[in-house]
Design a protein around this ligand. Structure first.
Ligand code: ADP
Length: 374
């Protein structure tokens, strides 16, 4: 006989939130989905709290896995703003004053027109999300590898100065060398040229950055890095759509932007803000990717749509932007990503790599279209 959601909830009553409240009383649990001996649910928290919840997520997973009759427990930590709460950009969440400069777009034309191109780099694209925790960095890295697999020369710039995760996702520990003319040499890994502010400073220290420093650091990473000859430079943007992101988007000569969203409605509202931001500065939106689109059981491959799959596709249609594809919520993507061996690299012939390659192909096509239109 399979376990019941109530049995799962009874167990979760014994797991405490970071504030010491029983999980079942913390108003964070999604519906508990039980599929035979497999249990799936998510813990939805504020984006700014996601790090302190990771332990609780792991404890909840262990507690549920210990229930007799449960063979698989998958607990996802998702960042979802509660309706009615104040808009939070990562900057404001961490007490970083928002940048008030560059608030309005220039009166005419694209601000990108004023930016010098990066020598040797044919196209720069941004991977952005309206909020943190939607898998933006994981997707940016795997899409960069997808573009690489299509034969393009690709670089990856981790511009998420508030929480650079590319060092963790790639397992890169070394610091970049300097060339004779004092340019930083990007780290070569998986066939990509990779640069992250996380290579230079510790993750925690990144949080005390102030807006103007952010912009100058990004400019420096774009121009004072010996990128070499690249067809595409993928920029992993900081999450959110506040002034800091807008300033950043304006400091990068972008050919286009890809928006990552999860299916939840609230996340889509954030994605819409991302769209509006890029439109405001005349950067073509190459499309929306729905990450954690549906849950795929790592054992039987069965599909559960616990997060209301399909929202991004409808939203993209409604807003008239291309829908680039759906990436399942899969243990393998999480494990490979968090252990520094992205799935595109560790399982290039697997189904997930095929999904990232297909999306990368659509991005390349959109990019060619955008270039032709320009
Ligand atoms: P963001 O850059 O939006 O903050 P990350 O890329 O750091 O998000 O991902 C947050 C967490 O979600 C990481 O633990 C990552 O491994 C996991 N993750 C991202 N995408 C998926 C997916 N499709 N399936 C399973 N786990 C995922």
């Amino acid at each position: 006989m399979s376990v019941t959601p109530q049995q799962v909830l009874d167990r979760l009553a014994g797991v405490l939130s970071p504030r010491g409240v029983a999980l079942t009383d913390a108003d964070v649990l999604s519906e508990i989905a039980v599929n035979g001996d497999k249990v799936f649910f998510s813990i939805n928290v504020e984006a700014s709290d996601i790090r302190v919840w990771e332990d609780v997520r792991a404890q909840a997973e262990m507690a549920v896995r210990a229930i007799p009759g449960v063979s698989v427990a998958m607990v996802a930590l998702t960042a979802e703003r509660k309706p009615g709460s104040a808009a939070s950009s990562p900057g404001s969440a961490q007490g970083i004053p928002n940048v008030s400069t560059h608030r309005s777009p220039p009166a005419s034309g694209s601000p990108m027109a004023r930016q010098a191109d990066i020598p040797g780099v044919a196209a720069v694209i941004a991977v952005a999300s309206g909020k943190g925790g939607v898998g933006k960095s994981t997707t940016a890295l795997n899409l960069a590898l997808g573009l690489r697999a299509l034969g393009l020369r690709v670089g990856l710039l981790d511009a998420d100065i508030y929480g650079p995760s590319i060092p963790r996702l790639t397992g890169i520990r070394e610091k970049p060398q300097l060339t004779d003319d004092k340019k930083m040499v990007p780290i070569a890994r998986f066939g990509l040229a990779i640069m992250s502010v996380g290579f230079l400073i510790e993750e925690e220290r990144a949080m005390i950055w102030r807006g103007p420093m952010v912009t100058s650091a990004i400019r420096q990473m774009l121009r004072d890095v010996a990128w070499g000859e690249l067809d595409v430079l993928v920029v992993d943007m900081p999450p959110g759509t506040g002034d800091a992101q807008l300033t950043l988007a304006q400091s990068v000569p972008l050919k286009g932007a890809v928006i990552i969203s999860t299916p939840q409605d609230l996340s889509l509202i954030d994605a819409r803000r991302g769209l509006a931001m890029f439109r405001q500065i005349n950067v073509p939106v190459l499309g929306i990717v729905e990450n954690m689109s549906f849950f795929q059981c790592p054992h039987c491959g069965s599909r559960s749509e616990i997060f209301g799959h399909g929202g991004a596709r409808h939203e993209a249609e409604r807003l008239g932007v291309p829908f680039l594809g759906e990436i399942p919520l899969h243990m393998l993507i999480r494990e490979t990503s968090d252990s520094g061996h992205p799935v595109m690299e560790s399982e290039p012939d697997g189904p997930h790599a095929a999904i990232y390659r297909a999306i990368a192909g659509r991005i390349r096509d959109q990019l060619q279209g955008a270039t032709a239109a320009a």
